[in-house]
Design a protein around this ligand. Structure first.
Ligand code: ZN
Length: 203
């Protein structure tokens, strides 16, 4: 599979249908950032959204993954190949994401702890150096937390426990939300209720 080819294919079909990226995103209940990422070949649409996207674009999932319209006689063979390949890609993506998130989170914590400890250690000798070290340590915690949060926001969905609606929240909503692990208190765009929303990888 060629993500760039698929991306260009999505863009050309979307334009054929006369939609902007934002309009297509709205139809699918996702952000226009996601559409832009598909079209530039940075990632493929999630499996769950693919069917809906293909319906809107008037193509089959097989054609979406291949990045072009497919003639009927070699349809099945290409479909099998695409299926196997997309399962492999999806697994890889989930693993990579968890690894990256953990790496950023833990290295941020370790580096800032070291800086803060050095800060405390030199406090008596040089209060200014101590202050710089401690505030830089604090800033690193903040930056890595925000970065890991944004990474999480861009992948997967949140599920409202009240109505089971799954959606992609705005970055602002995710950063400002109270959270425990990856569960966050947010307002559901479907039923309007505020509550703990669970992180899910598929729609
Ligand atoms: Zn809801």
């Amino acid at each position: 599979m060629d993500q760039i080819k698929t991306g260009k294919f999505i863009a050309s079909l979307r334009k054929e249908q006369g939609f902007t990226q934002a309009e297509l995103a709205e139809k699918l209940g996702i952000t226009d950032r996601a559409v832009s990422k598909w079209e530039t070949g940075k990632c493929l649409p999630d499996a769950a959204i693919m069917v809906e996207l293909c319906e809107i674009l008037g193509i089959s999932v097989n054609e979406l993954l291949t990045g072009e319209k497919i003639a009927m006689d070699n349809y099945k063979e290409i479909a099998e190949k695409n299926l196997a390949e997309s399962i492999r890609l999806e697994n890889e993506k989930n693993q990579k994401l968890t690894k990256t998130e953990n790496f950023i989170g833990w290295s941020g914590v370790v580096v800032s702890l070291i800086m803060i400890m050095c800060g405390i250690f030199v406090a008596e000798v040089s209060p200014i150096v101590a202050m710089i070290l401690i505030s830089a340590g604090g800033a690193i915690v903040l930056i890595t937390t925000i970065y890991a949060t944004l990474l999480e926001c861009d992948n997967g969905y949140y599920e409202c426990q009240n109505c089971k609606h799954r959606y992609v929240p705005t970055r602002k909503a995710v950063i400002l939300a109270v959270h425990v692990g990856s569960d966050r208190v947010m307002k559901c765009p479907e039923c309007g209720q505020k509550g703990w929303h669970k992180k899910v990888m598929t729609k």
